[in-house]
Design a protein. Structure first.
Length: 140
């Protein structure tokens, strides 16, 4: 019985270590080559996460954050376009991919931040501060 308890503790410790060791970092390399599978299936992100990076440049695609919603919530852009999120709300927000691989910084009221994608796909996203705020980015 003592060995089972020890084995259970060991398994739990390994699982805890594995969960804690996964990176919570939001930085993603600015240029990630899409996998061959990603180029044939544009409805899902590239394997291993999104080909996305944060961008402070002025964007070709404008998204407004107002009244705790993204406008538009369904965003269409091309590979290389900068999607600029402008916060016209009284609270801070983010635009964070659901898989956690890419995010804007925290966007303060009356401020902007952006994302750029290097691979076609469909990328669901949300505000990590206000989880009810959701949308989808489609990159062609």
């Amino acid at each position: 019985m003592r060995h089972r308890a020890l084995a259970g503790l060991l398994v739990g410790a390994v699982m805890l270590f594995a969960a804690c060791s996964s990176s919570g970092a939001t930085a993603v390399p600015s240029a990630v080559a899409p996998s061959p599978a990603a180029s044939t299936a544009a409805s899902t992100p590239a394997a291993g996460g999104a080909a996305c990076s944060q961008s402070a440049s002025a964007g070709q695609v404008a998204v407004t954050i107002k009244d705790f919603t993204f406008g538009p919530a369904d965003i269409q852009a091309k590979v290389g376009d900068v999607i600029t999120f402008t916060n016209n709300d009284s609270a801070p927000h983010t635009a964070t991919l659901d898989d956690g691989t890419c995010t804007t910084g925290t966007i303060s009221p009356n401020s902007s931040d952006g994302l750029t994608f290097t691979a076609a796909g469909t990328y669901p996203f949300h505000c990590k501060i206000h989880s009810s705020m959701k949308g989808t980015i489609t990159i062609s």
